[in-house]
Design a protein. Sequence first.
Length: 141
Amino acid sequence: MTTINFPIKLQLRIDWSELDYFGHVNNVAFFKYVQAARVNYWDNICLTESHRKTNIGPILASSKCDFKQPLFYPGQVTILSRVDAIRNTSFSMSHRIINDKGDIAAEAQDIIVMFDFTRHEKIAFPKDLKEKIENLENQIF
C-alpha cells in the first residue's frame, strides 16, 4: 500500500449491513467511505469548524468512483485522501480505498466548491484555507 502523496489516512470497519445481494460491499458503501474520508480531511484543516463559525464552507459539486476490486465482510478499509488542485472557487480531491491486503479497491475524485451559505453563492477560495492545505500537502497550489 502506498501512502506517498496522500497525507490523510482514515481506517473504517466494514459493516455487515454494507453487503449487497452478491455478498460483497455495495457500491453505495464506497461513497460512504469517501464521504467519511472527505470530512476527515476537512476536519484536519479546520474547515468544518470554520464553517460552523462563518457559515462559509464546502459544498460537494461532483463525486466519482472507479471500482477496482470487491470488498468483503469482515474486514477493514483504509481511505487515503489528498487535494489535487485549488482553483478560484473550488478544489479537487482524490481518495484511494485500500483493502485489508493493501490492494487498491477503488479510486475516487471529488470537486468541492467553497460556498457562502448565508448569501447562497460560491465564493473565492479563502487564502488561509489554501495555506493550511499547502502546509498539509507540503506543496504550493
